[in-house]
Design a protein around this ligand. Structure first.
Ligand code: GDP
Ligand code: MG
Length: 348
């Protein structure tokens, strides 16, 4: 089996809890058992990462990628990682333009070919990256990977838990889809979002004694990323084409079945903003070769230039979306509390 790096994603929760807390790993912070029930939160590791003096009281941006398995989620996250490493580690304040050059190979979150799945759960990158927001203030960026959602062997509950939790905990949820946005992708999304919304209301109720009547939408940004888009003549690659496709898919029209309409209205109510990006095919080597090890020269230039646009837009200081709950910006320290509370709700 090709396996490009030795990361924690395939190990059992026991080994990840005690061992990995240095800065160059993904750590599994949450897993479900075979029935989809949440297992203990990996609190020790989470605290080690988020209560570090350098980050604890800074506002946090949480970027999550979710969707079906083996569709390149972890692979995509490693481009975010590369950008963040360059920016957070750069000694000078000037813009880093060469974060993606062809001598490099991609590493980070475990990604691999083949049809076997990894464990089901949520992982975060052990390094929280400190970068500047539009005002020049520090913010912390946390990368979150999910595994197992929509897997044929996962139960519905398992998928729903992972997707809902990652939506609740992130400020940007990237919904990674292959080839197109289908009606059942939207239906899944609605299921997850309504479950997440319900869980969040329960949390607020438990904390304050009444259910929230908020003018804030429950979740922040939702980005659809469509992989292997093959109709660029219809809708062009990138944000422009994506916007047109998404508008088309989320259109509410006369004579539409009431279920379809309700689904669209609910999705619009759930997220503060949505966008969509159409990605080209990365080439045979990435898609099918068992020997592909992440060399950028093996990835089609078209994919590289588009992934550059996507990443630079997502992580541009002007666009960073700080995690906020009911309008209140969240720091790393506060995030731990929410992790705990949300997971408790899912366990009940
Ligand atoms: P995940 O399970 O969604 O995290 O998927 P991975 O990131 O582990 O990638 C699964 C396989 O898909 C790997 O062999 C990747 O090389 C390949 N892959 C990554 N991105 C793409 C893409 O955009 N299109 C295609 N066709 N394959 C991809
Ligand atoms: Mg993965």
């Amino acid at each position: 089996k090709p396996q490009n790096s030795v990361l924690s994603s395939n190990s059992t929760p026991n080994t990840t809890i005690t061992k990995e807390y240095d800065y160059n790993h993904s750590v599994c912070i949450f897993q479900t058992d075979e029935d989809g029930n949440p297992i203990q939160l990996n609190k020790e590791v989470l605290e080690r990462i988020l209560l570090d003096d350098r980050v604890a009281d800074k506002r946090v941006v949480v970027i999550s990628v979710a969707g079906a398995y083996r569709k390149g989620k972890s692979f995509l996250l490693n481009f975010f990682l590369r950008y963040l490493r360059c920016h957070a580690h750069s000694k000078t304040n000037k813009e880093v333009t060469d974060w993606l050059t062809s001598e490099q190979t991609l590493d980070g979150f475990s990604w691999r070919g083949g049809s076997e799945r990894d464990t089901t759960g949520i992982l975060i990158w052990s390094e929280p990256f400190i970068i500047k927001d539009r005002k020049g203030d520090d913010v912390v960026v946390l990368l979150m990977d999910t595994q197992g959602a929509f897997d044929s062997t996962s139960t519905v509950k398992e998928c729903t838990t992972i997707f809902a939790l990652s939506t609740m905990l992130s400020s940007v949820q990237i919904f990674n889809l292959s080839q197109n946005i289908q009606e059942n992708d939207l239906q899944h999304l609605q299921t997850f979002a309504s479950y997440a919304k319900y869980a969040r209301e329960k949390e607020v109720e438990a904390r304050s004694g009444f259910s929230p009547q908020e003018h804030y939408k429950p979740f922040q940004s939702l980005w659809f990323v469509i992989r292997d888009w093959s109709f660029p003549y219809e809708y062009e690659y990138g944000f422009q084409g994506g916007k047109k496709l998404l508008e088309k898919r989320l259109e509410i029209s006369e004579g539409q079945h009431s279920e379809l309409r309700q689904l669209r209205e609910e999705l619009k109510e759930s997220f503060e903003n949505t966008s969509c990006f159409l990605m080209p095919y990365p080439g045979e080597k990435v898609a099918t070769s068992e020997y592909f090890r992440g060399h950028l020269k093996d990835i089609k230039p078209d994919f590289q230039s588009n992934v550059r646009i996507l990443v630079e837009q997502l992580l541009d200081s002007r666009n960073l979306v700080v995690k906020s709950i009911s309008g209140q910006p969240i720091t790393c320290r506060m995030l731990i509390k929410y992790f705990q509370e949300y997971i408790t709700i899912f366990r009940d």
